[in-house]
Design a binder for this molecule. Structure first.
Ligand code: HPA
Length: 293
C-alpha cells in the first residue's frame, strides 16, 4: 500500500504546477466551493493511478488543483464512503496521498443528523471532537511511517482553526454550534433508539463520513478542521422521519454560509498568523458561544 501511495503521489507531482499546503474535501454542503476555484487543473479519479474506482454511476469524482482567494489548494470533489463498499484503506487513500504531496491543513465538511436538543435543521456544527463507531479502524494493520503506532487523539480537531472559525462566524454573524461528531458506517439512518444512544454516549451529531479521513490526516500530522451541516434531527421524544432528499435540501440551504466560512478560513490560513479569541472557552465551546451572543 505504501508503494502505491508513493506511486500515485509521484504521478500527481509530475503533473502539478502548484504546491498547495491546504486541501479541502468538498463533502455535502460545500459543492458550490468548487465553482469558485480558479486556475483549475482537474484529474478525474479514474485517470489517477491506484485511486479507488467510483462504484456509483454518475458519481464521478476528481481532484482539483487551483486557487481559492489567491491561495493554492487541492480539492477533493467526491469522497469515498465505507458504506459504498470501499475498505478503510481505500476510503483514506486520498489523504495519504495528500500527505505525500505536502498538504499541512485539511478542511472537511459533511451532512449529519443532530441529537443535541439545542440544534436546528440547517445549523452549522463546528466539530470539536469525534467518536469513532466504524466497525474497522483506518489505522488497523501495519503501521505507516507517517505517525506512531498508538497515536494520541487529544486534539484531533485543531483548536487554532476552531478559534479562527469562531472569529469568522462572529464577524459575519453566522450562527454556528459546536459538538462531537459520531462517525457510523450507515447506510441506514439511525433508529430512534440509536440516536438516543449516540446522544447518551456524548454525541451531538451523527454521520457516515469524516472520521476515517480525519484519523489518517491526524496520523500524518495534518491539521484538520471539520464542519457538519445539521440536515435532520433525531433522538427526541417525537420521532422524525428522514430521507436522503430532505438531507440534500437542508444541506443546499446551509451551503452559502458553510462556503463563506470555509473560503475565509482558507484565505486566512495563508494570510493571517494569529487570531484574537481570548473569550473562547475550550471546555464548553457550545456554552461559551451561547453566552457570547
Ligand atoms: N445519520 C447519519 N448520517 C446522516 C444523517 C443522520 O441522521 N443525516 C445526514 N447524514
Amino acid at each position: 500500500m505504501y508503494e502505491k501511495i508513493q506511486e500515485t503521489a509521484s504521478w500527481l507531482k509530475e503533473r502539478m504546477t502548484t504546491s498547495p499546503k491546504t486541501a479541502i474535501v468538498l463533502g455535502t454542503g460545500l459543492g458550490q466551493l468548487a465553482s469558485e476555484i480558479t486556475d483549475k487543473r482537474e484529474f478525474p479519479y479514474s485517470d489517477i493511478p491506484n485511486f479507488p474506482v467510483s462504484t456509483v454511476e454518475g458519481h464521478s469524482g476528481k481532484l482539483i488543483f487551483g486557487k481559492l482567494g489567491g491561495v493554492d489548494i487541492l480539492a477533493m470533489q467526491g469522497r469515498f464512503h465505507f458504506y459504498e463498499g470501499y475498505s478503510m484503506k481505500e476510503v483514506t487513500f486520498p489523504v495519504r496521498v495528500m500527505y505525500e504531496l505536502g498538504i499541512k491543513t485539511l478542511f472537511v465538511s459533511n451532512a449529519a443528523g443532530g441529537m443535541n436538543p439545542a440544534f436546528k435543521i440547517g445549523d452549522l456544527m463546528i466539530i470539536t471532537d469525534h467518536i469513532n463507531m466504524f466497525p474497522e479502524h483506518p489505522l488497523r494493520g501495519k503501521n505507516f511511517p507517517t505517525g506512531p503506532r498508538f497515536p494520541d487523539m487529544h486534539e484531533t480537531y485543531d483548536m487554532e482553526l476552531i478559534k479562527e472559525a469562531t472569529a469568522i462566524a462572529r464577524e459575519k454573524k453566522i450562527r454556528v454550534t459546536y459538538g462531537v461528531y459520531v462517525g457510523v458506517q450507515g447506510p441506514t439512518f439511525e433508529t430512534p433508539a440509536e440516536y438516543k444512544m449516540y446522544r447518551m454516549i456524548g454525541g451531538d451529531a451523527v454521520g457516515m463520513s469524516t472520521v476515517p479521513e480525519v484519523i489518517v490526516a491526524h496520523h500524518c500530522g495534518i491539521r484538520t478542521f471539520g464542519v457538519s451541516v445539521i440536515t435532520d434531527l433525531g433522538g427526541f421524544d417525537t420521532p422524525v422521519e428522514v430521507s436522503h432528499e430532505e438531507v440534500q435540501e437542508a444541506a443546499n440551504k446551509a451551503q452559502p454560509l458553510m462556503t463563506e466560512i470555509m473560503r475565509e478560513m482558507i484565505f486566512r490560513s495563508e494570510h493571517v498568523q494569529s487570531t484574537d479569541m481570548e473569550t473562547f472557552n475550550t471546555d464548553h465551546p457550545t456554552e461559551s458561544w451561547k453566552s457570547q451572543k
